[in-house]
Design a protein around this ligand. Sequence first.
Ligand code: S3P
Length: 458
Amino acid sequence: MLNLCILAIHLKLIKLFMANSVSIYEKIKNFNNKIEVDGDKSLSIRWALMASQAIGRSRAYNILNSEDVNNSLISLKKLGIKIKKKNNFCEIISKGLNSFSHKNNTIVNAGNSGTFARLIMGVLSNCKNTVIIKGDKSLSSRDFKRVIKPLNLFGVKINSKNNRLPLKLKGTKFLRPIKYYEKKGSAQVKSCIMLAALNTNGKTIIKCKKSRDHTEKLFKHLNLPIKIIKKKNFDIIEIFGKKQFKGFDYKIPGDISSASFFIALTLLRKNSKMLIKNININNTRTGIIDVLKQMNAKIEFKNKKIYNGENIADIVVSSTKKLKAVNCSSNMNSRMIDEFLIIFLICAKAKGISYFRNLEELRNKESDRLKIAISFLKMIGIKVVSNSNNLKIYGKPNLELKKKYTIKNFNKDHRVFMMTCIAALSLGGKWKIYDKDSINSSFPNFLSIIKFLGAKIK
Ligand code: S3P
């Protein structure tokens, strides 16, 4: 026992002293390559949650092997769900809706994952025993009122300090269907309500500003009773609950949010080309492609196919010399909510002034991404004008960096880390970028792919 404790202390010390930063001193050379990025995070977490509510065995192939997904699986295990990870698939065996078997006050740790923390709250809406949901420092600073409010209407009791994690959730047997207007365009809020609705007798109606529709697609794929009326600026979703469904196999494609860093790297390099295989090109996620095409980018979808109701394709992208600025309508925001940082970087190198509007949701991500983007762009010599939550970026097509830059204290936001690596590899300068572990939230293979493409990173 004592030996084990000493070993654990040693491992902790080794981790503490191991460099958690990277240095990039050279731009990446031109490339012409084919890559695959890690599995889609939204789909991996949704599969695990839905499989935990199905009757029988479910398997996911190419599930994302990242901290956000692993914390989701560990949490479901703590709630009594059987989960096994094999070499090429993950298996969940369950007994149907609300078949959790945890004790009162079971603690689940969502880590950095807003998606898991918010969606599991809907799944737990009629569980008998209380659950305490906690998260890391970044997640504990994020808003949960957005899900507490609709769940209270269902009859779920939630105790929290300032609507933040940790929170204590007590489900109710007498869950009632609700009518709710979701105005933020948040897929996490919409999905939390949809999952709670699954546990009610009766019809829940959600009027929601448009956002990614993976949960709707999964409900349809599983033949659950769902009706969707699509209007120009919002959708109306009707769900009839208490319908059991069987375990299911699911093939997870690559994540377009992870692919976007390599799309940017190719666009910002000279004479380069990249094929990114098997990416989820669900229309509610491809705002970045539409915006980049408006900016003159050469991007094509090839080899289109469908996996479990989701559209998939290989993305082919080539360097583009004459990138031009974009005037972006706020209707696009939810279709590229996780890609703004990398889009802003591309705008820094585009000719003209780019405009973005109503970016308040960017302040509620793993870090305040709007604040970080503004100081980052200013640091690399780009003029930006921001008033309230709108942003103007004055692009410099000849932007080349020579100075030394250090990036730290960004709340370990994985997307800030990855965007900074792309800036360093495409614009030059001598960079030290801290918190490289942050990539483990969503894209653990990020640095190995960058190195495979020829980047020199220490
Ligand atoms: C996600 C929805 C988005 C996104 C997040 C994943 C999802 O958040 O930023 O990374 O899987 O539903 P919001 O729904 O809060 O905008």
